[in-house]
Design a protein around this ligand. Structure first.
Ligand code: GLN
Length: 185
């Protein structure tokens, strides 16, 4: 039976993830309530604006359900979603779910070059990485594994069942990143 992946749809580019999941052969549903979340086999936190997403998670009383979900099922955060999953967040600082042992600096590439496209090498092939006001991962803990770097910066990291990218794989053709997420579910 095909897996059902939820895409948190409070804010941000959830529609592109929905399509990327479907292109990878799974079912995708938008998630706005705890009941919708718990019907899923895995969950994606999309890019967008992490401060706004944090507030909306609280307002919709989804923060604890998300923690409960992540205790047994896989979560994948892209860009703002990666910021939400980090252990420690700076520039500016804000709270986070601490599902991966990484520290991130928001908007780490600064204003001058706040968006760019790069081809990065991964074990599964070359991935087009689109960065949009991306965070930089400044520390990776011993339990986390770097799957790809851009220059010296880790940009794709996994830990246990969870995974983050600082770029937006949902905006590129090809589904190497989404398929890796699906393979663990
Ligand atoms: N700069 C945004 C933040 O700090 C993230 C940008 C993105 O998700 N593309 O939340």
């Amino acid at each position: 039976m095909s897996k059902t992946i939820g895409v948190l749809a409070l804010q941000g580019d959830f529609e592109a993830h929905r399509k990327a999941i479907e292109d990878s052969g799974a079912r995708a549903v938008e998630v706005r309530t705890a009941a919708e979340m718990h019907a899923c086999d895995g969950l994606i936190l999309p890019g967008g604006e992490s401060t706004t997403m944090l507030k909306l998670l609280d307002m919709e009383q989804l923060t604890q359900p998300l923690r409960d979900f992540a205790a047994t099922r896989a979560v994948f955060g892209t860009c703002a979603g990666a910021i939400l999953l980090a252990h420690h967040v700076t520039h500016p600082a804000q709270t986070s779910l601490q599902l991966l042992d990484i520290d991130v600096e928001r908007n780490g590439y600064g204003r001058q070059i706040d968006s760019r496209i790069a081809n990065i090498d991964t074990a599964e092939g070359v991935v087009e990485a689109i960065f949009i006001r991306a965070p930089i991962i400044r520390r990776v803990g011993p339990e986390a594994r770097v799957l790809a770097t851009f220059g010296k910066d880790p940009v794709w990291v996994e830990q246990g069942r969870h995974m983050v990218t600082t770029f937006h794989p949902e905006l590129s053709a090809g589904s190497i990143v989404h398929r890796r997420f699906l393979s663990r579910i």
